[in-house]
Design a protein around this ligand. Sequence first.
Ligand code: PEP
Ligand code: MN
Length: 370
Amino acid sequence: MPGATRTAIGVTGNQGAVDPTRFENLPGVAEAIRVSKPYKLITLDIRPEKTVVRVGDATIGGDELAIIAGPCAIESRAQAFAVAEAVRRSGARFFRGGAYKPRTSPYAFQGLGEEGLKILAEVRDTYGLKIVTEAMDEAGVDLVEKYGDMIQIGARNMQNFTLLKHAGRSRLPVLLKRGLSATLDEWLLAAEYIMSEGNYNVVLCERGVRTFAQHTRNTLDLASIPAVRRISHLPVVVDPSHGTGKNYMVIPLACAGVAVGADGLIVEVHDQPEKALSDGAQALTLEQYEQLIQEVRPIHESGSARNPLVKIRDQPANPNSAGPLNSFPKSLTLVCLSGMVRAIQGVSRSCSQPRCSLSLPLRRKESHES
Ligand code: PEP
Ligand code: MN
């Protein structure tokens, strides 16, 4: 797994513990780390920096808030285009829409199938939006590869291990929804299934879980966002549509999702929600969608501003140090997070590259100095 400064190689499949010294002495190996947790590839242990998933020229997990918007299901060319036009206008890069719908009732609208995928491909060609659409089985993965840009694995299929493995062999990135009653570990292990087949482009999606609540369709578990962050380098987005099931709750919960640090949102939008063939109650109108974008963007921007402008990179301890007092670092490296280091300790420097760094020599403050 390539990283900013080193490449991590995950060794999986061993039945028991393997002696790390067997690897440490190999040429080119800096360090061998034993990962004792059930997941290996999703963890920050193996990749300390966040993964940015690339979908063509769009990204999820980078500095930009990823917006994936569109109807629950593709119902017609006219409907898809009416919504896509508004999505494109908002500046979003991703269009969602199901061609194969996992419905509770076999009598409910099941999606247009391949015809829906063809409409999605037309949307992509017309508006340049990246297409995110669900695959319910292995044949579906192959069809999404043909017409779309990102495979959605739905909540009901989060533990369909055959499907996960098949998606793991796809060239397309995967949006993995959290199962209806999945624990954090189960969700992360589902991502591990995909990655263990070689596809490292996985985005997690919190879409709510089943609880005793009667005021919502699902309970959107926003605590899962910081919980994922603490364990995994994978990006995570929030779905306030399925997470609430209620149109009037979508904007507030979208704002909350962005405020807790989600990398993006996936939201359902319909040009005529009252006529929607699925999930009409949670669909935003085109006007409400525009409103959502106006509300979430400043929250994302102020979130970036709340984060430090610069991050202090760990300094190696002075190798000549004899004790804690002598382990004072000789220099401090500031990593610019926002593209501009303005004035730090009297040093004024600007830079055009985000995440470039600046090293400052440090001098221990003597006790007589005030
Ligand atoms: C959907 O995105 O329309 C959908 C069916 O989502 P979920 O799998 O989260 O229920
Ligand atoms: Mn839906």
